[in-house]
Design a protein around this ligand. Structure first.
Ligand SMILES: Cc1ncc(COP(=O)(O)O)c(C=O)c1O
Length: 349
């Protein structure tokens, strides 16, 4: 860091993503909640074709992807905001709705990017500890806030709140409510159908997980056309490039492949969870594409992470108090589950 960095950010400022080793290094990556399968075969062809048109700027609102997403969700194109990943959608929520000093409410634990954005935008970060089991506490909705962010299913726990329960909990909440549904395709239901009755709500989604496009960077928000117009007013000029627009459209068209990814995750999530429980682990109920699990007494999470690492398997160990006793393990394909379980079964406390 140089002496010129804004003093308010502090010296160790920045989001810490999961480790991203070079693709050539042969790691089994279960630390960033990526898809166990590659994207639809149609994606590469669509990207290659779009590469022939790179002399021209892309559509500022990411057409025809925006219309494809609108069609998929049964809303109007003006109700869709597309950006360079869900992370950029969240960034635009801070840009659009929060002035310096304004309170922004989030859950704790929750997505670790949110406090980083709060610092970046000089807003007041208000973490609200969630109840045991993942329920939203009453004070999440009360009190003033210009923006409240709920991650559902939550990360890193995988806990999921039913849309109707969430609706009841947020009934009288002021400000914009952003529901980050990055992992929703692995859960039983979405809040999208509730948007029609809540003009201050946004549902944020990504193609990084269930469409296997983490490397392409496409995320979006759905909501009332007025709040979507707010996001468009603060976005970069061309947030989604031509290759990403084309590749994302191709991925959306291949419903069968998308279902295969979801089915693989659901099957392996159940297998991983059951086996870990049988080995004495505590496994949080997950509706996401990862499990958050703590080893039995006498075995430290950090030790398990190190043993997995020695076997060239990366998982996520958060060192924050309250989270450090567990590991977040992304659900992979069948052989990935086998590899993880083989290492864990061989631990002897
Ligand atoms: C809760 C949550 N929201 C958003 C994202 C980022 O999504 P994207 O890859 O579209 O930026 C992640 C990434 O892991 C996430 O866990």
């Amino acid at each position: 860091m140089s002496k010129y960095l804004r003093a308010s950010l502090g010296n160790d400022f920045g989001y810490t993503p999961g480790e991203q080793p070079s693709d050539a290094e042969g790691w089994l990556k279960l630390n960033s909640n990526e898809s166990p399968l590659p994207p639809s075969a149609g994606v590469a062809a669509a990207v290659a074709q779009a590469a022939g048109e790179l002399a021209r700027y892309p559509s500022p609102v990411a057409e025809p992807l925006r219309s494809a997403l609108a069609h998929m969700h049964g809303v109007k194109p003006e109700q869709v905001f597309v950006a360079n990943g869900a992370d950029q959608v969240l960034d635009c929520c801070f840009r659009a709705f929060a002035s310096p000093g304004d309170p922004v409410v989030r859950t704790d634990p929750g997505y670790s990017l949110l406090p980083v954005l709060a610092a970046l935008f000089s807003v007041r970060d208000v973490p609200v500890p969630i109840d045991v089991g993942g329920a939203l506490p009453r004070d999440f909705a009360t009190g003033s806030a210009v923006l409240r962010v709920v991650v559902n299913p939550n990360s890193p726990t995988g806990h999921w709140i039913e849309p109707e329960t969430l609706e009841a909990a947020l009934h009288d909440a002021m400000g914009v409510i952003a529901i980050d549904e990055a992992y929703c395709d692995f859960a039983p239901a979405s809040c999208v159908p509730l948007l029609a009755s809540h003009p201050s709500w946004l549902v944020i989604r990504t193609l990084s997980k269930s469409h296997a496009l983490a490397g392409l960077r496409v995320g979006y928000a759905l909501g009332d056309r007025a709040v979507i117009a707010d996001l468009n007013a603060v976005r970069d000029s061309y947030p989604v490039d031509r290759c990403a627009i084309a590749g994302a459209v191709a991925a959306l068209e291949d419903r069968e492949h998308h279902q295969l990814i979801v089915d693989t995750v659901l099957r392996e999530r159940a297998r991983m969870g059951d086996r870990l429980i049988a080995l004495g682990w505590t496994v949080e109920p997950s509706q996401a594409n990862f499990v958050f699990a703590s080893p039995p007494d006498g075995i430290r999470a950090a030790t398990v992470a190190a043993r997995l690492r020695a076997a060239r398997i990366l998982v996520r160990h958060f060192t924050l108090p309250g989270l450090d006793a567990a590991l977040r393990i992304t659900v992979g394909d069948g052989p990935a589950t086998d590899r993880v379980l083989a290492v864990i079964s061989s631990l002897d406390g």
